[in-house]
Write a protein that binds this ligand. Structure first.
Ligand SMILES: [Zn+2]
Ligand SMILES: [Zn+2]
Length: 211
């Protein structure tokens, strides 16, 4: 999302607050002290997945620390530990009728990121017990928004339904059967519509950003 700036005599009349897009964490920043952040991701900033979009701001608050792994007497690896929490409102498409379902998601995470290639080069194994909690950051640094996006996606329920007994779409004409019955007979269905409920993950949700 791009903001328009209005300048008068060289002064930005509407300075925009830093967004999560700007939060790039590098080990160098963390040498002296941890980095505290308290950001809010505006809706439309992150593309999550075709069947989910963010409604309203997503606050993210946390801290990044530097962890130095001493792998041998002359080998050090600079890890970034990222701890944060987020909470926000989303719309997820119903797996049966493809209508958006209001869903609030929140979570907290405590993750360790190593420099990309650190493990491949050394051939040594991670010192932490839980391998799944290890991620990697690129030479340029760790982009906070990438981590938040991934964590939100990981927190999604396996299957979202608008209601437990959602009637889905008519397999013949595509009518949303929660809203109205159609006049199709209930004889063997046209298989073309069977695929429609599965389309939720293929439909691109365009998020309109209003100013
Ligand atoms: Zn439904
Ligand atoms: Zn029908």
């Amino acid at each position: 999302m791009k903001h328009n700036h209005i300048y008068l005599a060289g002064i930005d009349l509407y300075p925009q607050p830093a967004t999560l897009k700007d939060v790039l964490i590098t080990p160098l920043q963390l040498v002296d002290e941890p980095l505290q952040f308290d950001e809010s991701i505006a809706p439309g900033t992150l593309d999550y997945a075709p069947d989910i979009h963010q409604v309203g701001p997503l606050p993210v608050k946390g801290e990044a620390d530097l962890l130095v792994e001493h792998r041998s007497s002359n080998s050090h690896v600079h890890d970034i530990r990222l701890r944060a929490q987020y909470t926000g409102n989303f719309e997820i498409l119903c797996a049966r009728c493809v209508e958006p379902v209001a869903t609030s998601l929140s979570g907290d995470f405590d993750l360790i990121f190593r420099p990309e290639g650190a493990d491949a080069v050394s051939g040594e194994h991670a010192i932490t017990e839980d391998e799944t909690e290890i991620g990697y950051y690129q030479e340029s640094g760790l982009l906070l928004e990438d981590v938040v996006r991934e964590q939100v996606l990981l927190s999604l329920p396996g299957r979202t339904l608008c209601k437990a007994d959602c009637q889905g779409l008519c397999p013949r004409c595509g009518q949303n059967l929660n809203l109205a019955q159609c006049s199709c007979d209930k004889a063997p269905a046209d298989p073309r519509w069977n695929a429609l409920a599965g389309l939720a993950d293929k439909i691109e949700v365009k998020v309109q950003v209003k100013h």
